[in-house]
Write a protein of this length. Structure first.
Length: 496
């Protein structure tokens, strides 16, 4: 048989392999962190028809060897470890390596694998993982919140630790950032800072805080004042016992003074009038009973008091002239805090049943609040002069920075010697050398850029050019097969 057939078949196989590599490159043109490969060919063994000879002086000259080759084979399929551009994701846990190095992860079998793809996230248990659930490795953290690193900035494989964070801490974080050197920092919410009304004198706004581990999130408003008892209001309105079930705060606390008047018109409108005191003009609050609840509001919509009735439509007798008065002097100051929890639900503190009396404003009562802390200072004799006892909306202070971990980069002497293991990861081989684990930006490694991912380094123009030359090479080798077959046909036809 003809040697050209063997050479052509070998050429077809090598070009087919090269086309397989090109196809894989193009298939991953939009795969984040993908590194393209290239194929190189080499000629194979030769059959010597004659060996070269040495010149025989003046008798004869030297001759060259006469050889016939047997085609080509794949020499190498090289991994092209070149840096590609970055794609913005605006996601804090996406990282782009600006230079050499690989992120390190541990797979489910406990093997270390390496990648340029930095799409990281925290799972339900607080572990930092990639999209496939592999545990991302980093430096061990010291009690001071700093990574434990040797003087040369390196660490051994046995010292690596999977990065994790307490899930309860993660729930409280308002943000996460990754520094260029791989430090992962969580941002805890700042304390809620209270803004006081201009004439508030007896509570220090700076002393009211929402701890970072509280279930409450802020938007705090505190109302302080005096409340009449249900019995006092029943008497003033001319109602029987147990008609009013409870009395609650509205938006504004009432001053503990005498002279409040309460009246009911023929249309059922209830008017509660606060007398002038301390230079403050008196103000009237009005409202109608609806579904067993009476909200007494000012013209601006501020609610002074909420009265809950036992019946949905109680009969309120028209008030004769003069209207009866309600005396709040001597009543203890009580308070109510309105805030929101982390689910956005409105919460009123202290928590109590409808029939429980309001909590008096004392330091002990304030200290008993769960999740809100404050101090109390009430000047003697100055309470009556106060008109407004509410604090304004909370403002958020700058959050506390909480160290979570520090990413490590692996550097190889021969990164092209790594082998692909799928999922954007590569594995160590004998020829890649052992990894050197360092802090990002040290020992020739790149720094990290948060909010970006590395794009594929596939060059489509190059791949299409290689595809054309590969196709032509394959066609040429197929022609060798066709021509060799025709020549064999001619040989067979010599005998008919």
């Amino acid at each position: 048989m003809m040697r050209s057939l063997s050479s052509a078949v070998a050429g077809l196989r090598t070009h087919q392999t090269k086309m397989d590599v090109i196809g894989n490159n193009i298939a991953n043109v939009n795969t984040y962190g993908f590194k393209a490969s290239r194929t190189t060919f080499q000629d194979v063994y030769y059959q010597n028809l004659s060996s070269g000879s040495r010149a025989q002086g003046a008798v004869s000259g030297g001759t060259n060897p006469t050889q016939i080759g047997y085609g080509s084979s794949v020499a190498t399929i090289d991994l092209l470890i070149t840096q590609s551009g970055s794609a913005s994701t605006d996601r804090a846990l996406d990282v782009y390596i600006q230079g050499d190095g690989f992120l390190t992860a541990m797979d489910s079998s406990g093997n270390l694998i390496y990648t340029r793809l930095g799409n990281l996230r925290f799972d339900g248990e607080g572990n930092l993982v990639d999209g496939a659930g592999n545990l991302i490795q980093g430096f061990p953290m010291g009690p001071d919140g700093k990574p434990i690193i040797s003087s040369d900035g390196t660490i051994t494989a046995s010292e690596l630790q999977s990065i994790s964070c307490d899930p309860e801490v993660l729930d409280r974080l308002t943000g996460i950032m990754i520094s260029p050197t791989g430090a992962i920092i969580g941002i805890l919410p700042g304390d809620a800072e209270m803004k006081a009304a201009t004439n508030l004198k007896f509570i220090d706004p700076g002393s009211i805080r929402i701890p970072t581990d509280s279930v409450y999130s802020g938007d705090v408003r505190m109302v302080v004042g005096a409340l009449p008892t249900a019995g006092t209001l029943q008497t003033a309105l001319g109602l029987g016992a147990n008609t009013i079930t409870s009395v609650d705060f509205g938006d504004k606390g009432l001053n503990p003074v005498a002279g409040y008047t309460i009246s009911v018109s023929s249309s059922g409108e209830v008017t509660f009038t606060e007398p002038a005191s301390g230079g403050n003009p008196g103000v009237s609050y009005t409202g109608y009973v609806k579904d067993g609840v009476l909200e007494l509001k000012s013209k601006s919509g501020k609610v002074a008091m909420v009265i809950n009735f036992a019946e949905d439509n109680p009969t309120l007798p028209t008030t004769p002239t003069p209207a009866p008065e309600v005396d709040l002097t001597g009543l203890p100051l009580v308070f109510e805090i309105t805030t929101t929890d982390k689910g956005g639900n409105i919460v009123k503190l202290p928590k109590r049943d409808e029939n429980d009396p309001p909590v008096q404003l004392t330091q002990g009562a304030l200290d008993a609040l769960d999740g809100i802390t404050m101090s109390l200072s009430i000047p003697v004799g100055d309470i009556v002069a106060q008109d407004a006892f509410s604090l304004g909306k909370a403002a958020t202070a700058e959050g506390e920075r909480l160290p979570i971990g520090n990413l490590v980069l692996a550097k190889f002497r021969n990164a092209a010697g790594l082998e692909g293991v799928g999922g954007g990861y590569m594995g160590e081989t004998f020829n890649s050398g052992e990894p050197i684990f360092v802090r990002p930006s040290l020992e020739g490694t790149g720094s990290l850029q948060s909010g970006y991912l590395e794009m594929s380094n596939v060059d489509l123009s190059k791949e299409f050019t290689e595809m054309i030359t590969t196709q032509r090479g394959f066609q040429a080798n197929s022609r060798i097969v066709s021509v060799s077959d025709e020549m064999l046909q001619e040989l067979v036809n010599l005998k008919r």
